[in-house]
Design a protein. Sequence first.
Length: 217
Amino acid sequence: MRGLTAQVVGVRLGPREHHRAAALVVRAKPCRLFLLLGGVAGAAGGPAVRRSFTDVIHRTIDLPPLAVAIIDTPEFQRLRGVTQLGVSSHVFPCAVHDRFQHSLGVAHLASSWTRHFQTTQPELAINEQDVLCVTLAGLIHDLGHGPLSHFWEHDFVPAVRKQRRSQVVAVGGRSEVPADEASFHHEPVSVRMFERLLSCNGIDVWPWLSDADLDFV
């Protein structure tokens, strides 16, 4: 159990923390396990710390404190229930990837490539804030995805809006949804979700990022 809790949390735990984590594992439901163990790492009321995630592709994903604070929010955790490949799992049972896994991987690759350019192209003057900004951008880029990802975005929402508009017009009313707004795009929703995430969870980015950095992200 000690090895399990240390692996899942991704930080070094002392004897007391191991005991507390083990107790939480016994009582926790699987879908709440990450959040409960995240609290042991200090995300619940305490300062965020760097955390390492074990990944089947990238082996180890190491993320900075601000990224960890973002991950430990309900807004980001909901991505565990958003499938990466839409309805593909109904045909290919193993296609069960989710946006949570995807976002961690994108953050890792964004950080790795930025550091690569930082080393190989010093004339770009890439600093640590730049690396953090690009890492966070990769982490949150899919926050606005709805259920079933692109199926929701490109098929379900447009179909529902089109049907609703037709029904309103059929009874002699005026459509509330203009024809050119019948589509749904997750990118602007991701921006609004990120703003909500910071505000509702009391995450202070100013120790790490300026207003200009936040706009860049």
